[in-house]
Design a protein around this ligand. Structure first.
Ligand code: AMP
Ligand code: ZN
Length: 113
């Protein structure tokens, strides 16, 4: 996907603060954090969203990365929230699958971002 910003970040063509990386996935700090810890976990391969025929192995790698990020950022003890905005009603703005990992404060019951 030539014009996909997250493909470019995954390929190292656009800088990002990387929190975790393996062969399948990369986790970065969100540029516009909505919580003290706000990471994005994404596959390196392009999928539009979480229901875009993503292989189970890729989804498993993403969940593994969520755990790694939660541990390394200190979220594991107090808890955190994982969100996958999917499509326009959910406000998805970058059409490359990503999980928001949010925490570091009491998040309440809001559904942002
Ligand atoms: P969504 O609305 O679920 O598609 O979320 C897209 C997220 O990507 C937003 O929280 C943005 O702040 C974040 N974002 C956009 N561009 C970048 C970037 N270059 N580096 C890090 N995060 C980004
Ligand atoms: Zn992409």
């Amino acid at each position: 996907m030539d014009d996909c910003i997250f493909c470019k970040i995954s390929a190292g063509e656009i800088p990002a603060t990387v929190l975790y990386e393996d062969d399948d996935v990369i986790a970065i700090e969100d540029l516009n954090p909505q919580a003290p810890v706000h990471a994005l976990v994404m596959p390196k391969a392009h999928y539009d969203n979480i229901v875009d025929g993503v292989p189970a192995t890729t989804l498993a790698s993403m969940v593994h990365a969520v755990g790694e990020v939660a541990a390394s950022t200190g979220l594991s003890e107090r808890g955190f929230r994982v969100i996958a905005n999917t499509g326009s009603d959910a406000g998805q703005t970058v059409n490359h699958l990503h999980l928001h990992v949010l925490g570091g404060t009491s998040l309440g019951e809001g559904l942002i971002p």
